[in-house]
Design a protein around this ligand. Structure first.
Ligand SMILES: C[S@@+](CC[C@H](N)C(=O)[O-])C[C@H]1O[C@@H](n2cnc3c(N)ncnc32)[C@H](O)[C@@H]1O
Length: 289
């Protein structure tokens, strides 16, 4: 079935490369931390030498010497090397007034911020949203970590969508102090969002381990896109972004390279028109979730 909603099973870099430039209004991603790939970086010196092994600039010969191999445990370099081409593609496929929300944990956020600044431009960084929750055990050896970070970038800070009037409102802490209509309307959320995690026993739960709350995605999609727009999540997991987009009248493109995620999404979108596309080299086996 052909539909404007699409779910791809395969590597997201290949899918991104196949999407036209300026075609997606909003991107939300929640990449996994450890990609499981390890890189070996070889450092070399290249000097002009008549006995050299390479011909180079000006027709001169150059001698290359391997100075050392760094099989780096520096997992951050590995991770950023994985993310960088995907984020460059994300920037390319966004419309001129598009936005990216990048969800990450407190240990990686600083490295990712520097990478994203270099791709989107520092001026186009608008917010670091703190998603605060209050669930699970509490360490007694440091401050219990109970938040995730969401970096919000736009392609152009002079031209972007931000529908302040569409955003869900929160009750004032002291409504009697603001009074009347203002109290009834509630207040706009700030860059700190209190939202409980997907309850392991609640009805929102799909069983996918890293599933994010629908309420977070709904808030992002309401604020940063319009009905009829296209929302992309290329680390889709259980498809939360697609569920929120569909509910709010947007189309979606989702990508995941894990068969289990595709199974969960097939079940989650069983009543929604979606075109499922499996990339070459991937094989989907239908099993119950
Ligand atoms: C943290 S989960 C996303 C969870 C999602 N936000 C949700 O609410 O369910 C990250 C997802 O990225 C997928 N992934 C990792 N590397 C990928 C790649 N190269 N291409 C496509 N998907 C990838 C994983 O399979 C995983 O499902």
């Amino acid at each position: 079935m052909s539909s404007s909603n699409k779910i791809f099973f395969g590597d997201n870099l290949r899918v991104l490369e196949s999407l036209p430039s300026n075609s997606v209004n909003l991107i939300y991603i929640d990449p996994p931390f450890n990609t499981g790939r390890r890189q070996v970086r070889i450092s070399m010196s290249v000097d002009r030498d008549d006995q050299g092994d390479r011909k180079g600039f000006g027709g001169y010969k150059y001698l290359t010497k391997v100075l050392g191999k760094l099989s780096f445990d520096d997992i951050y370099d590995d991770y950023l090397a994985f993310l960088e081409p995907r984020l460059r593609e994300a920037h390319r496929v966004l419309t001129a007034n598009g936005a990216l929300y990048f969800h990450i944990d407190y240990r990686e956020v600083h490295y990712c911020k520097i990478l994203l600044d270099s791709i989107f431009g520092r001026d186009n960084f608008l917010n670091e949203i703190i998603w605060a929750y209050d669930y699970g055990g509490r360490s007694k050896r440091k401050w219990p970590t109970k938040h995730d970070n969401i970096l919000y970038y736009v392609k152009d800070r002079n031209n972007y969508v931000f529908n302040a009037d569409e955003i869900d409102r929160l009750p004032y802490m002291a409504p009697s102090l603001v009074g009347g209509d203002k109290a009834k309307l509630g207040k706009l959320p700030t860059d700190v969002w209190w939202q409980t995690i997907v309850s392991p026993t609640g009805k929102e739960k799909t069983g996918y381990p890293t599933q994010k709350p629908l309420a977070i995605l709904e808030r992002i999609i309401r604020a940063s896109s319009c009905p009829g727009d296209i929302v992309l999540d290329f680390f889709a997991g259980s498809g939360t972004t697609g569920v929120a987009a569909h509910k709010l009248g947007r189309s979606f493109i989702l990508v995941d390279n894990n068969e289990e995620a595709i199974r969960v999404m097939r079940s989650r979108f069983r009543d929604v028109p979606v075109e499922f596309i499996t990339l070459e080299d991937y094989k989907y086996e239908d099993k119950a979730v």
